[in-house]
Design a protein around this ligand. Structure first.
Ligand SMILES: [Fe+2]
Ligand SMILES: [Fe+2]
Length: 272
């Protein structure tokens, strides 16, 4: 089994984030030559007035991200937000957390062959991000055992709030996934490393969205609600300003990762 690389981009926030990837993802792909590109798109759109249920991804944003170079789009607790969620989740290679019941639209696992590598991509969530989710470890076992020899390398997007839970999950599957990459907090962590057996791990890849913001959104409405202890007075709004890139590159040899590096935000964009 030969060498390959996985480029993973964390939660893309809003049209600004999608447009940023339209400009920069082709450049990153040309520079790093990833075999597989995975993008978490759960925050690509604002679809409703309440932040808990009004984010998600529309089919148009999904198509834009695929056109920019994504092979697989993952999701999270916002995967079912908005009136077009089911249409988005019906698209090939659009995933939502797999461990969320059996009746919710969509799937959380797919097999994609790129560059002679059969990737199994698995989208899981912790209960800290989606309280009604099933146990993510049980879902991992069921899916990975089901794939068996049909998959060469397993890539997991692990969506969740808790750093400890993400680490426990990473160690629980160490050596059986080429990468366990955290999403959901939108905050990049500095702990990208290899777990025993060759599993690339990071607690959170971080968002791809406006840097001067609260998780990519304008903080004012949230600050007012927090300070006054009142419901949000206005819909969440994606912030303005320069975009931060949340992305990691995993270098692998067959089913094992040999390195993981965080990709820096291109400086010209950071100072735009
Ligand atoms: Fe997110
Ligand atoms: Fe999330």
């Amino acid at each position: 089994m030969h060498e390959h690389r996985i480029l993973f981009v964390g939660d893309v926030v809003g049209d600004l984030g999608v447009a940023y990837l339209e400009r920069h993802l082709p450049v990153l792909i040309a520079e790093h030559r990833p075999t597989l590109v995975v993008v978490n798109g759960e925050n690509a759109d604002v679809t409703g007035p309440r932040p808990a249920t009004g984010l998600g991804m529309t089919p148009r944003s999904a198509e834009r991200l695929f056109e920019a170079g994504a092979d697989v789009l993952t999701g999270g607790n916002h995967s079912w937000d908005g009136p077009e969620a089911a249409a988005t989740l019906a698209l090939p290679r659009v995933l939502r957390p797999h461990n969320y019941g059996v009746r919710a639209p969509g799937t959380g696992a797919c097999v994609v062959e790129r560059g002679g590598v059969r990737y199994g991509v698995l989208d899981l969530t912790s209960r800290s991000a989606l309280p009604a989710a099933d146990h993510p470890y049980d879902a991992f076992e069921a899916v990975v055992q089901g794939w068996g020899d049909a998959v060469d390398a397993v890539v997991v997007d692990f969506h969740g709030d808790g750093a400890t839970e993400k680490a426990i999950f990473g160690y629980a599957v160490a050596g059986r996934a080429v990468a366990v990459l955290g999403t959901h907090t939108h905050v990049p962590t500095a702990d990208a490393r290899l777990l025993p057996g060759g599993t690339a791990f990071v607690t959170d890849v971080g968002m791809t969205g406006p840097a001067n913001s609260m998780q990519g959104y304008d903080p004012d409405v949230f600050v007012a609600a927090y300070r006054d202890r009142l419901p949000l007075a206005a819909p969440s709004r994606v912030a303005d300003g320069p975009i931060a890139l949340g992305a990691v590159l995993v270098h692998a040899h067959g089913p094992r990762a040999v390195a993981i590096e965080r990709l820096a935000t291109p400086t010209e964009e950071a100072h735009a």
